[in-house]
Design a protein around this ligand. Structure first.
Ligand SMILES: Cc1cc2nc3c(=O)[nH]c(=O)nc-3n(C[C@H](O)[C@H](O)[C@H](O)COP(=O)(O)O)c2cc1C
Length: 133
């Protein structure tokens, strides 16, 4: 399994992760769940109408934190918009429940991938493990 697949699997198995963005000088954080590897990049999904999306277009810097089985993961980098229909379609195929709210062709569905990604797996019992992608 590649490093990025390990990051994706940890986020999937955590079920919920927390996504932090920058809003002026105020950090904002919220629960997220969508995650997918596509063409070797780590993608998440949101709606363009949400404040999180506006924050990321003003400042793409973001960080994710998730916790599972005594280990935690932090992923930092920049979240970059990708408007390709095929990526949105792949995301909605992975999360069919989103189809009630989103479709690849609407003006709202947004997928973003990490650029300059840095992921650190940590625990109280082992040295941190860092991967970049
Ligand atoms: C468990 C859980 C998972 C969620 N996953 C997502 C997600 O993947 N994408 C998304 O846009 N919103 C997701 N949400 C909803 C967001 O947390 C919610 O819309 C939040 O208000 C967005 O942040 P904002 O108000 O700063 O834009 C999820 C909510 C919960 C409780």
């Amino acid at each position: 399994m590649s490093d990025i697949e390990k990051v994706c699997k940890f986020l999937e198995e955590s079920g919920t992760y927390y996504l932090a963005t920058v809003d002026g000088d105020q950090p904002r954080v919220r629960p997220f769940g969508t995650v997918m590897v596509y063409e070797g990049k780590l993608y998440i999904q949101t709606g363009k109408v949400k404040p999180v999306s506006h924050q990321l277009s003003a400042n793409p810097k973001a960080e994710i934190c998730a916790f599972k089985d005594g280990k935690w993961l932090r992923v930092s980098g920049e979240l970059i918009n990708d408007d390709r229909l095929e990526v949105k379609t792949a995301m909605l195929e992975k999360y069919p429940s989103l189809r009630a709210m989103y479709s690849p062709e609407d003006d709202n569905t947004q997928v973003l991938y990490f650029r300059n990604g840095n992921a650190v797996f940590s625990s109280f019992t082992a040295a941190p493990e860092t991967v970049t992608f």
